[in-house]
Design a protein around this ligand. Structure first.
Ligand code: NAD
Length: 333
C-alpha cells in the first residue's frame, strides 16, 4: 500500500514487523558480520520504516532502528570504549532528485547558499583513532555510536594507519577501515579451500577481520583505511572539510584523494556519474557518495539528529545486480 493511502491502524502492525525484521538483519550485519540479505533489501525496508514514521510520528518507538546507530551490543571479549562525541550514521538518498531536495532544505536551514565537499562512500566500517602528542594510543569501532569496541591491538597490524603522526598533535580522528577487493577475493578463496564460511562482501570481511579477540588474525588479513573526520578541526587549523582532508594527509594519515568541492546539483551529478561508471575499477569497494557541507562552522550550526548529521547525506548507488527478490515483505507484493 502506498504511504499516502496508509492509516495509523494499518501502519502500526507493519511498523512492528519492519522493526523486528530490521533489528534481526542489523544483528546479523553489525554483531555477527554475516548478513543474510543484500544491503539494498535492508535499505528498502529501512526507507519504508522511515517514511511511515514520518507520516505517523506517534508510532515511533524507542527501539526503532531509526532511533539508534548500528548494532546494540559490542562483541563479547572486546573492551568497551566510550566515545567523547557520538559516532553517527548518515542519512541516505537514492536519487539525484532527493539529493537536490536535501541540499535545498539544508541551504534553507543554513539561511545561505553553500558549497559541498563530495567524497566516495567507502564500504568498510567506521573507526576512531586517538592520538596523544602524535602517538596512536587507542582505536575503537563505532558500536552503538556512544560505546564502541577497543581494537587498538588489531589496528597495530594495519599498515596504512600511522602509529606516529608527523606532528605531535593530540587529536581524535575518524575514518573507514576497509579490505581491498584483491585481498577480499584471496581471503574468500582461502576460506573456501579450508571449508570455512566465506564473507558476504568486503565490508563484512573488513569488520570480521578487525573485530577479532586475537589480533594475530587481523595481522593475517590485509586491511587499509581512509580518514575523513575530526571533531577537533581547530587542532589542525582547518575551517572546511576539504582543508581537514588536506591536513590529515599532511600529518601522515591516509586520505582518499578523489574529493571535490562543488556548489550545486551539476557538481553532484558529475561526480556521481563519474564513479557510477568507474567504481568497478577501484581497488576498494564504494557503496555511494557522501555530500558534506564544506564549511565547518555551518556544519556545527546545522547540528545532528539522534542518529545522523544534518550537514551530510549519503547518495547510495543502485544495486549492481537486481536479482535479489524481496520475498518476505508484504508491501512489495
Ligand atoms: P551507512 O554505512 O550507510 O553510512 C554511515 C557510515 O558511512 C559511517 O558511519 C561511515 O562509517 C561510513 N562512511 C564511508 N565513507 C564515508 C565518508 N567519506 N564520509 C563519512 N562517512 C563515511 O550507515 P550505517 O548506519 O553504518 O549502516 C546502515 C547501512 O548498513 C544500511 O544502509 C545497509 O546498507 C547496511 N546494513 C545492511 C544490513 C544487511 O542485513 N544487509 C543490515 C544492517 C545494515
Amino acid at each position: 500500500t502506498p504511504i499516502e493511502a496508509m492509516t495509523a491502524a494499518m501502519a502500526e502492525p507493519e511498523l512492528a514487523k519492519l522493526r523486528s525484521q530490521l533489528i534481526q538483519w542489523g544483528q546479523e550485519y553489525y554483531q555477527d558480520d554475516a548478513p543474510t540479505v543484500e544491503d539494498h533489501v535492508y535499505d528498502a525496508s529501512y526507507d519504508r520504516l522511515v517514511k511511515l514514521e514520518a507520516k505517523f510520528p506517534e508510532l515511533v518507538t524507542a527501539d526503532s532502528p531509526s532511533q539508534q546507530v548500528g548494532g546494540r551490543q559490542t562483541k563479547q571479549g572486546l573492551a568497551k570504549v566510550q566515545h567523547p562525541e557520538a559516532m553517527l550514521s548518515l542519512g541516505d538518498v537514492f536519487s539525484v532528485a532527493e539529493l537536490t531536495e536535501w541540499s535545498e532544505r539544508t541551504e534553507k536551514n543554513a539561511g545561505t547558499e553553500l558549497t559541498y565537499n563530495v567524497e566516495l562512500k567507502i564500504d568498510g566500517l567506521a573507526i576512531a583513532l586517538d592520538y596523544e602528542a602524535g602517538k596512536l594510543v587507542q582505536a575503537s569501532t563505532r558500536g552503538d555510536g556512544l560505546i564502541g569496541e577497543d581494537v587498538t591491538a588489531n589496528v597495530q597490524y594495519i599498515k596504512a594507519i600511522p602509529k606516529q603522526l608527523n606532528e605531535p598533535l593530540t587529536i581524535e580522528v575518524r575514518g573507514e577501515v576497509y579490505m581491498p577487493k584483491k585481498a577480499f577475493a584471496k581471503l574468500n578463496e582461502q576460506r573456501e579451500a579450508e571449508g570455512l564460511a566465506t564473507f558476504a562482501n568486503p565490508r563484512n570481511a573488513a569488520a570480521g577481520s578487525l573485530r577479532q579477540l586475537d589480533p594475530k588474525v587481523t595481522k593475517e588479513r590485509e586491511l587499509s583505511a581512509f580518514i575523513y573526520y575530526t571533531a577537533q578541526p581547530a587542532v589542525l587549523g582547518a575551517t572546511t572539510q576539504a582543508e581537514s582532508l588536506e591536513r590529515f594527509a599532511a600529518i601522515g594519515l591516509p586520505t582518499n584523494p578523489t574529493n571535490v568541492v562543488v556548489a550545486d546539483v551539476t557538481g553532484f551529478t558529475t561526480f556521481i556519474d563519474q564513479y557510477t561508471g568507474t567504481r568497478d575499477a577501484l581497488a576498494y569497494g564504494i557503496d555511494g557518495v557522501v555530500v558534506k557541507v564544506n564549511d565547518l562552522n555551518t556544519q556545527n550550526e546545522l547540528g545532528n539528529t539522534v542518529k545522523v548529521p544534518k550537514w551530510a547525506i549519503a547518495y547510495k548507488f543502485p544495486p549492481e545486480e537486481a536479482t535479489t527478490v524481496i520475498r518476505n515483505i508484504e508491501w512489495t507484493v
